[in-house]
Each structure stands twice: as C-alpha cells, then as structure tokens.
Write a protein that binds this ligand. Structure first.
Ligand SMILES: NC(=O)c1ccc[n+]([C@@H]2O[C@H](COP(=O)([O-])OP(=O)(O)OC[C@H]3O[C@@H](n4cnc5c(N)ncnc54)[C@H](OP(=O)(O)O)[C@@H]3O)[C@@H](O)[C@H]2O)c1
Length: 264
C-alpha cells in the first residue's frame, strides 16, 4: 500500500525523520527529505533499496524509492509549499507528508530558559500549524481533482507528554498538547476527502533529540536505565509505515508507543 507513493519528510537529517525516510524509500516511496543540515541530508540520497538499484524508469513504484535532499528551515514562511513543489517537480504531487522536525527544551515553567521559548513555539507549534494548513490545502485540491480516489496521509509526531502532563517537561509538553488538538481538528475537517491526518506520540526515543535540546546526559542515562531499552527511531518509523500502509478505508489516527518498561 505504500509502493508508488511520493512523500515529504521533515526532520529527515536526524532521528525519527531520518528513519522514516529510509523506511519509506525501502518500500518504494520517493521522498523529499527536509532539514537544515545539508550534509546529513546528502548522506541519505544514497540508493536506498536492498539491492541499491533503482527500477529502469526511476518512476515511483519502479524499484526502491529515491531520496532527494532539501535543506531549509521549517520556521520560514512558504517552506512547506517549497517542499511540496520540489516533490512535484521530481515525480508528481506528494501524497504522504510526515512532520517530524521539532526540538525539546529541558526544564519546568520556572526552571526552563525563557530565552528559548520563542524558538520552541516557532518550531514545534507555528511551523507545524503552517505545515498542516499548506499540506492539507494541497491534498484537498488533489482529492477534489480525483474524487478522493486515492488515500493521502499527513502524519505528525506528537509525544506522550502532549497527552499526559509532565511536571518535569511542561513547556515542551505544551507545544505537543497544542499539536494534538490541531491534528484531531484537521482530521475531522478533511477526512471525507480520504485524507488521513495521524498523530504519532512516542515515549522516550534515543535520537539526536536529547543532545540538541541540551538534556543532562547523566539524567537521560538514568531514565534509560529505569525505562529501557528505549525506543529507536526505527521502531517509530516501523509503526508509521504500518499505519500508512493500511487500506484506504482504515485509519489508525492516534498512535501512542512507548518503551515497554516506561511507566508514565
Ligand atoms: N526523541 C524523543 O524522545 C521524542 C519523543 C517524543 C516525540 N519526539 C518528537 O519527535 C520529533 C523528531 O525528534 P527526534 O527524536 O527525531 O529528534 P532529532 O534526532 O533531534 O531530530 C530532529 C529533527 O528536526 C529538525 N529540525 C529541528 N528544528 C528545525 C528547523 N527549525 N527547521 C528544520 N528542521 C528542524 C532537525 O534538523 P536539523 O538538525 O537539520 O535542523 C532534525 O532533523 C520531534 O518533533 C520531537 O519533538 C521525540
């Protein structure tokens, strides 16, 4: 159900977005891989299939997918439109969009660094809102043209702390609570077009996230000791691949996954 499709993945230079990009390409999806770190994105553009060979035509569905890197900042207005246009130039209109780019912030309301709040809200909330709007508008346009003949997927990475209040991480968590409500509202707005808007809420995932946010390494290793083995980005990619691989009439719209031993 994924072969022959065309995707845009944000946050593809690291962690979950990178694993999703590779997972989709292995399954025959062509992917525009977005992030700021152009060097890390370029590494992804290596042939992605088991054999490393593309099909003869290079068209979606003909052999493993191709990965085209696209460097840019998700907080820039118009960025989503540029990503969708890049996919269309390469292969045709995208029908999968995975919004994985985001960042963390250590600390409580009193303890977190207020000078970082704006960057957090820009990336984790406003940029996601812009991506949802631009992508849903494009998907609705496509669905109106083909009568919703094919399914289209918009997947957003939330978090368990966007579902349950975390006293240790409430500022970051509040951006994920906001995204949770947006995703469900948009799902209701566009579902009749056969557009699936899906929230994926992971618990602890070992990725570039902890270092990028500046979480204390010893604290994180204590968390890993208590709750581990932690999820890997590939675990999350596998679940996303399963969800978007369901038949057109089946929507796994809200998926929480945690390390088995993670209590809260
Ligand atoms: N790791 C966890 O425990 C965990 C748990 C639940 C939810 N999440 C969520 O999962 C998503 C992915 O996180 P991850 O674990 O994969 O972290 P990661 O390894 O740090 O990856 C984050 C990605 O976001 C991109 N990014 C951040 N700010 C950006 C910006 N302004 N413009 C463009 N790209 C930007 C980074 O790209 P560049 O570095 O190239 O800019 C990177 O590719 C995030 O939304 C995060 O909140 C993570």
């Amino acid at each position: 159900m994924t072969e022959g499709r065309i995707a845009v993945v944000t946050g593809a230079s690291s962690g979950i977005g990178r694993a999703v990009t590779r997972h989709l390409a292995r399954r025959g999806v062509h992917v525009v891989a977005a992030g700021r770190n152009a060097e890390r994105l370029a590494e992804l553009a290596e042939p992605a299939g088991e054999s490393g060979e593309l099909g003869e035509s290079g068209a979606p569905g003909d052999g493993p997918g191709r990965i085209v890197p696209f460097a840019g900042d998700i907080t820039a207005p118009g960025h989503t439109e540029e990503l969708l246009a890049a996919a269309e130039r390469e292969w045709g209109p995208a029908d999968i969009f995975v919004a994985s780019a985001g960042l963390g912030l250590p600390g409580t309301v009193l303890g977190s660094d207020p000078s970082r709040w704006e960057e957090l809200v820009q990336a984790n909330y406003l940029a996601v809102l812009r991506q949802l709007r631009a992508c849903a508008a494009e998907f609705v346009k496509q669905a109106e043209a083909d009568g919703g003949a094919r399914v289209r997927d918009l997947v957003v990475i939330g978090s368990t702390v966007g579902r349950q209040v975390s006293a240790a991480n409430p500022v970051y968590g509040s951006t994920k609570f906001a995204v949770h409500s947006l995703v469900e509202a948009l799902r209701q707005e566009v579902c009749t077009h056969n557009i699936r808007v899906t929230l994926v809420e992971p618990g602890f995932v070992r990725s570039g996230f902890q270092a990028a946010a500046g979480y204390d390494a010893a604290w994180f290793e204590a968390i890993a000791e208590e709750n581990g083995p932690l999820l890997t980005p590939e675990d999350v990619a596998d679940v996303i691949g399963f969800a978007i691989g369901r038949p057109k009439h089946v929507h796994l719209d809200d998926i929480r996954l945690r390390p088995t031993r993670q209590r809260a």
